[in-house]
Design a protein around this ligand. Structure first.
Ligand code: MIG
Length: 662
């Protein structure tokens, strides 16, 4: 079912958890030569996977890279985003051809040319020939995913409160700002489970510090908010500020816990706090040391974190800056022509996330000096891994919310991810919809995008449509960048429409949480492409703007402005469920085929599969206060397999499923 092929001496990534003997046969399906794996596709081959990437659910027709990149513009010309998820499913079964999965466990830059250079060739290229390749078989795409997920280990389980609606912004600057957000949500009668603290809660962007004037008596404040039913979730950045007497810096420096240049000096970069250094998460002692620092915040009552800038993102390095200044000095002397002008203009922008920097610092892995670029994709993963290992060490029974920006396969065992700096663009609703199933294939079940969009100004209609998708993603967070227009629901007119949609998220929690837990515990996908459920339906593989959510639901979000609805492909007879503007529910039958479905901005429409039903409960002010005795089943089956547990400890198991009936 799974075969492992080892080439030379691959770096130990801990991406997989099953001990599999490596196979001495030649690698099937692919030709391998000169660091290129080549596969011949037929006209009908579909290619799935790659987790967090731009473009389609079917990845064919573009060139992608596994290379964690801090890129705030997710346009379709990009090759990589923050995560490196090197798993593909190649499907030509409808044409009696091959069906298999393949995972390239390779921590440096890897390129997936999927019919980009030559329409019928899939070519995967690497820079050094140290790699482990896994071939994963199965009778269906979903079975391949399940087998793959057994290989890479069970996905992270978020605490139940983290399935509530959460509000974020870069930044809520003070305690009073945070209280005002909570007040306004309360006044609008919209449920809320968490408010996020972005970099400005810290003192001069120093990890594990709290700005005294802006957030006085932090511990009491955390407690006060919790009594109001709202958790605070602070950000932690990868880089540590270089500053004398800052204990985190001093300790790390003394113990040699930061990444070094080739001569063994701390490699100094510029990020948020100015000059900063990178904790060496690949060094076991350093990772453990950094992870224990989270205790400063968990001891004050914090129960969740988001880890940022861990690709790692670099504004500049000392080394790069020196070079840039001398370059600029040279240009000062000459008359700039077309070429030199553009080069001069780009001297400083080129400083950020430069390949030169990634090639200039080193990790200490069990005493061996490892060049960063050779293991680049592990950095954010190991930040997540070590942090969660720290939580488990310091508080073994408790779930801690953790999600990261950068990731690699393996990180899914320790935290979720969010999809980074998207835009307040209509096309990014669709991008998120397409990223979710691909992320689920790779084990990142707890995930979601910045609802409303991070960059740019969001409009009322856009936020409503974003939220109408977001009520189905496990991570449901509204977040936006500094300088953008207010994006909280109450910043827009007719707030009752937002209430209707967010209330519905809470009414769906028994379903969402059950289906999420079943997916995690069965190594299954919570969000799936239609073609994974309807393997023999020729049309299903063309549908990239509808997905399956859990066992029973299909969603078809609206992602164009000024549309009063959209075309929906119904792959079998279903129940159409409409949440009306007055919060009532209408169920109607809808037949297999293509339909135009009317979806006003303040309504939600989704579909329940035939012979399925879902539980709906009453809304509540937060997840903790949901009353499960209000559950009613809708759909055309009589029973539902409900999963329940305490939502906060690690006592989760499939034994917690019970059948409930109408
Ligand atoms: O360079 O902390 O993706 O969510 O608000 C920007 C500020 C740094 C990037 C994250 C975003 C966060 C922002 N961060």
């Amino acid at each position: 079912m799974i075969k492992k092929f080892v080439f030379n001496n691959p770096f130990k990534t801990y991406a997989t958890v099953l001990d599999i003997e490596s196979c001495t046969d030649t690698l099937p399906y692919f030709e391998y030569s000169k660091r290129k794996f080549t596969y011949k596709m037929s006209d009908t081959t579909c290619v799935y996977g790659l987790g967090e990437a731009v473009r389609g659910i079917n990845k064919r027709g573009w060139i992608y890279e596994g290379y964690c990149s801090d890129d705030p513009s997710h346009t379709e010309d990009k090759r990589s985003l923050y995560g490196a998820h090197n798993f593909l499913i190649i499907d030509d079964k409808q044409n009696d051809g091959n069906l298999f999965g393949v995972f390239f466990d390779y921590p440096a830059r890897i390129t997936f040319d999927i019919g980009y250079s030559n329409p019928s060739i899939l070519e995967v290229s690497i820079e050094k020939d140290d790699i482990a390749v896994y071939i994963i078989e199965g009778n269906t795409k979903r079975e391949i995913v399940r087998n793959f997920r057994k290989l890479i280990g069970m996905s992270y389980v978020a605490p139940k409160w983290a399935f509530g609606y959460m509000q974020s912004r870069w930044s809520y600057f003070t305690k009073d700002d945070v209280i005002r957000i909570a007040d306004d949500y309360e006044e609008s009668d919209i449920p809320l489970d968490a408010i996020f603290l972005d970099i400005d809660y810290m003192e001069r962007f120093k990890d594990f510090t709290i700005h005294d004037e802006r957030f006085p008596d932090f511990e009491q404040f955390v407690d006060y908010m919790k009594r109001r039913g709202i958790r605070l979730v602070p950000i932690i950045d990868a880089a540590v500020k270089v500053e004398d007497d800052y204990d985190v810096y001093e300790e790390g420096r003394k113990n040699g816990y930061f990444c070094k240049d080739k001569d063994g000096n701390d490699y100094v970069v510029g990020v948020w706090p100015g000059r900063a250094v990178f904790p060496d998460f690949l060094n076991k002692d350093a990772g453990k040391w950094f992870s224990d620092k989270y205790k400063i915040l968990t001891d004050m009552g914090i129960e969740g974190f988001w880890n940022d800038m861990n690709e790692p993102a670099i504004f500049y390095s000392d080394k790069g800056l020196d070079k840039a200044f001398s370059q600029i000095e040279k240009y000062r002397e000459i008359s700039l022509d077309a070429n030199t002008f553009f080069d001069c203009r780009d001297v400083f922008p080129r400083l950020s996330n430069s390949q030169d920097d990634y090639n200039s610092f080193y990790h200490n892995v069990d005493g061996k000096q490892i060049k960063h670029n050779d293991v680049h994709n592990l950095y954010g993963y190991f930040m997540t891994k070590t942090a969660q290992e720290g939580f488990m060490r310091n508080n073994p029974d408790k779930r801690t919310l953790l999600f990261s920006r950068a990731s690699y396969i393996g990180a899914h065992r320790y935290g979720g991810i969010w999809t980074g700096d998207n835009h307040s663009w209509w096309s990014h609703i669709l991008l998120c919809l397409k990223q979710m199933p691909s992320l689920n294939m790779c084990g990142f079940v707890y995930s979601g995008c910045d609802l409303g969009g991070f960059n740019g100004n969001c409009t009322r209609d856009l936020l409503l449509r974003y939220l109408s998708l977001g009520i189905f993603t496990p991570l449901m967070r509204n977040h936006s960048a500094c300088g953008t227009k207010d994006q909280e629901c109450f910043a827009y007119s007719d707030v009752k429409d937002f209430k209707n949609i967010i209330d519905f998220r809470y009414r769906l929690i028994p379903y969402i949480y059950s289906e999420y837990m079943k997916a995690v515990l069965n190594d299954d996908m919570y969000i799936r492409p239609l073609s994974f459920d309807y393997e023999n339906d020729e049309m299903a593989k063309n549908i990239e703007d509808q997905v399956m959510v859990g066992q029973s639901i299909m969603i078809a979000p609206v992602y164009t402005q000024n549309a009063d609805g959209r075309y929906v492909y119904i792959p079998e007879n279903m129940t159409q469920v409409r949440l009306n503007a007055d919060s009532t529910i209408t169920q109607t039958k809808i037949e297999k085929g293509h339909h135009y479905v009317n979806v006003p901005l303040n309504e939600i429409v989704f579909f329940i599969k035939e012979n399925h039903c879902i539980p709906l409960c009453d809304s509540a002010k937060n997840v903790d206060s949901i009353d499960y005795s209000t559950i009613k089943l809708i759909g055309d089956a009589d029973t539902y397999e409900l999963y329940t547990d305490d939502g906060i400890t690690t006592q989760y198991s499939l034994d917690n499923i019970k059948t409930i009936s109408k």
